[in-house]
Design a protein. Structure first.
Ligand code: ZN
Length: 296
């Protein structure tokens, strides 16, 4: 043995740490094992990532901020996605990466502005409740923003392992679509809606089960001005969809009645009308007498 605990595998460092019985992992029978396993990016991998970032920042010493951000974003996204099912966030590796990146950008800004105060004013802005976002200033337009490592943070304990010989081809359509957002036997729009809704029907708040009939529904009905876009879609049970449609229809009826009354009002206002014994009368155009035409 090399005297170092754990082992490295494809850029991951896997190591078991002894813990108290409350934090310990358990085996399939619920027995306390006395340790937990942490999977983290290896030291080498972290270093390589920072070297890559350093090269990009150096390359863009004299370029516009947008070019630098455009080249850094895919690098950050790719690296964090690769380690998305590890404990990188748990052990603070992601925030460390953000800090190291910030140091490089600070030096970059100082080099361009001559001092830090101006650099901070020029290259860092407040977006939402985040005060320190490295982003371009473009008035009210969407600023181009540098991604941070921490915003993709996750933990291996959140990742539910696929058991035994399970696979997306074993027929559990709803489970796999919800899990992956894609499934070989399900239309991609339905599958991605399932993933977005976490497998729950938004009408009855119950989980979809295998064999349920799933129907797409417009959150705001087309007849009420809803658009046929992804954000306006939801997946419902067939029977929930019926209930929703019934409600939609009553809104549509109310709406069309209102529209109809508006039209009638508009037409009426063209004439000189009056009430006579609770009957609506309109002055006739030809004789101009009190005896109008009656409408119901
Ligand atoms: Zn339902």
């Amino acid at each position: 043995m090399d005297g170092i605990a754990g082992f490295d595998f494809l850029g991951h460092h896997i190591q078991q740490f002894s813990t108290s019985k409350y934090k310990s992992a358990r085996n399939a029978h619920g027995t306390i094992l006395g340790f937990k396993t942490l999977i983290t990016p290896t030291k080498d991998a972290c270093k390589r990532h920072q070297i890559k970032i350093k090269e990009v920042v150096k390359k863009h010493k004299y370029s516009h901020q947008a070019l630098l951000i455009e080249e850094l974003n895919p690098i950050i996204r790719g690296w964090v996605n690769y380690y998305s099912n590890t404990d990188a966030a748990t052990v603070g590796e992601l925030s460390r990466q953000d800090y190291l990146l910030y140091q490089k950008l600070r030096a970059w800004g100082r080099h361009r502005c001559g001092n830090l105060v101006d650099a901070r004013k020029k290259y860092w802005i407040k977006i939402g409740n985040k005060n320190w976002v490295f982003a371009t200033r473009q008035g009210n337009a969407n600023p181009l923003r540098l991604l941070s490592h921490t915003e993709f943070g996750s933990s291996s304990t959140k990742y539910v392992k696929v058991r035994g010989e399970d696979s997306p081809f074993n027929g559990k359509l709803v489970y796999w679509s919800t899990r992956m957002g894609i499934s070989p036997d399900m239309p991609s729009r339905k599958a991605s809606l399932l993933k977005r809704q976490k497998g729950v029907c938004l009408w009855c708040c119950l989980h979809f089960r295998e064999g349920d009939i799933l129907e797409e529904d417009h959150v705001l009905a087309r007849a009420l001005g809803g658009k046929d876009i992804y954000n306006n879609l939801q997946l419902l049970h067939a029977h929930c969809h019926d209930a929703k449609t019934a409600l939609d229809l009553s809104y549509i009826r109310d709406n069309s009645l209102k529209e109809h009354l508006k039209q009638v009002n508009k037409e009426l206002n063209k004439y000189n009308w009056f009430w006579k014994d609770d009957i609506l009368c309109i002055h006739g155009k030809s004789n101009g007498s009190d005896k109008g035409r009656y409408i119901e």
